[in-house]
Design a protein around this ligand. Structure first.
Ligand code: 86X
Length: 477
């Protein structure tokens, strides 16, 4: 999926992974357009002046900003930043474009790269210094309309996970501590990786309210009162991290397991039983049976490839395509051809099926659908089995150690959340190798497990504030 590169934190996305991004992009892009969002492209560079217009929360991010300071040997007059996100690039233009209420709403998106010079250890897909994403930035006169969009976009992100990647998510709002500082509120989809017992943010959709319009002076004249009105804004993004989430949720000890909807190869055909003493005619017959099958499947829009290489054994090919996660392998041998059969093997559960050649296409289509469904069900079961309700701090820490994520009553206070993180970190990290970091809040689920009762206490033992809701906590990426 990736190749390593000699700049730390940067990776080459090879076709096998980039194809997944293309499926996500193709689907999301069509949905954005249905919501009236248009694509555009803003420059990658940000002047020092403009970047610092957003001083308040830029301060937190400043160490991650990458700067261009030279061209050839000469210093630039002013260093130029590489975008870590495009608020400061886009909003000065929005201020120019908005004069009247008739100029609203503005609904723009860009599919681009951003650079964040992180110092935590890099990880392919999950933490890379350059990554691909889409960033949507919209502006409205009506806050209700803006807030509706926040949820519409979150619905699309949810569908990318459930319908394309076969990954269940928990939808919710970020706590005060975890929300984007520039936003009124941040909504999120959170996934769960059972292998590590950690949560991972899947995408985010913010309602920015008027904070940025006030900073960047994005105003229009109210048609009734002639007063200056600040616009209401949203921003939302999904990144190539989604691919990393997909890998971790579905992979097993034999390697990748690709959900059929995003797999660039859904079926591989491997001719089998070719021996040294086999006649040329028999060999040609076998290959012909395979190519015929390939064409039939392709006619039904199945993404299929025959592996006819003669320098690898069938066994080697089985391993190879298994490692790469191809959802279905079809084996065709001379005896199968004679009997009018093929053998199909599912990557996700290793189930082996003998199928009549005449029914190959319909059966394979059904199988692909079934694989997609089963992968989601399996992941949903993992999430469900590892989501525990805790009202007691000792139990909270115990559940965390057992690779679970936890729903607990929480007061919402930032210092209290800091304490929870600190006090749930394991001290004896050195010997075990398991993650020792403390629990973060993942989100305040929209779908609350139960009502907070009058005598419920906030999960942190030293907290006396009333809990507001159940909050999902866990170790996270
Ligand atoms: C926050 C906010 C927002 C558009 C999204 O989450 C979706 C798409 N943007 C991004 N954020 C920063 O503002 C930021 C700023 C700087 Cl200068 C930085 F170096 C890193 C950042 N990371 C996140």
């Amino acid at each position: 999926m990736i190749e390593y590169y000699d700049v730390s934190g940067c990776y080459i996305l090879r076709p096998w992974s980039y194809a997944i991004w293309e499926v996500i992009k193709g689907w999301l892009d069509a949905q954005f357009k249905k919501l009236g969002v248009q694509n555009c492209y803003f420059p990658i560079f940000v002047s020092k002046n403009v970047l610092e217009m957003e001083k308040t929360h830029i301060a937190d991010f400043a160490p991650e900003v990458a700067w261009v300071t030279k061209s050839g040997d000469s210093d630039l007059a002013e260093p130029i930043a590489v975008r870590p996100t495009s608020e400061t690039v886009m909003y000065p233009a929005y201020a120019k474009w908005v004069q009247s209420y008739r100029d609203l709403p503005i609904k723009l998106n860009q599919w681009n790269n951003v650079v964040r010079w992180e110092f935590k250890h890099p990880q392919p897909f999950l933490r890379t210094r350059e990554f691909l994403w889409q960033e949507g930035h919209t502006a409205y006169s009506d806050p209700k309309e803006a807030e509706e969009e926040v949820m519409n976009i979150l619905d699309l992100y949810t569908k990318v996970y459930t319908d394309l990647l076969a990954i269940p998510v928990v939808r919710g709002r970020k706590t005060e501590k975890e929300k984007f500082a520039g936003a009124d509120y941040t909504t999120t989809v959170e996934a769960f990786v059972s292998a590590s017992g950690r949560g991972i943010q899947g995408a985010t959709s913010h309602h920015l309210g008027q904070s940025f319009s006030k900073m960047f002076n994005i105003v229009y004249e109210d048609p009734d009162s002639q007063e200056k009105k600040y616009v209401y804004q949203n921003s939302w993004g999904m990144t190539t991290r989604t691919i990393g989430v997909m890998i971790m949720v579905h992979a097993d000890d034999q390697g990748l397991v690709l959900p059929p909807k995003v797999a660039c190869m859904q079926v591989v055909i491997v001719p089998c039983g070719i021996t040294a003493k086999m006649g040329d005619d028999d060999k040609a017959n076998l290959i012909e049976a395979c190519t015929k099958l390939e064409e039939e499947l392709r006619k039904q829009q199945i993404r299929v490839k025959g592996d006819y290489r003669d320098n690898y054994s069938p066994g080697w090919k089985f391993n190879h395509w298994e490692l790469k996660g191809v959802p279905i392998r079809i084996e065709v041998g001379p005896r199968d051809v004679q009997q009018g059969n093929i053998v199909a093997v599912r990557r996700d559960n290793r189930e082996k099926l003998i199928i009549k050649s005449s029914e190959a296409t319909t059966t394979i289509v059904t199988m692909l659908t079934k694989i997609q469904e089963d992968m989601l069900s399996r992941a949903a079961k993992e999430l469900n089995d590892h989501k525990k309700i805790c009202k007691d701090w000792t139990d909270f820490c115990l559940q965390l150690e057992q690779k679970n994520i936890i729903l607990a009553p929480f007061c919402g206070d930032i210092p209290c959340e800091d304490q929870i993180k600190k006090d749930s970190a394991r001290e004896d990290a050195a010997d075990s190798g398991a993650p020792s970091m403390g629990a973060k809040s993942l989100c305040i689920p929209f779908d609350q497990p139960q009502a907070v009762e009058p005598n419920d206490k906030c999960i942190h033992p030293s907290c006396n504030r009333k809990p507001k809701h159940y909050v999902l906590f866990g170790r996270s990426y």
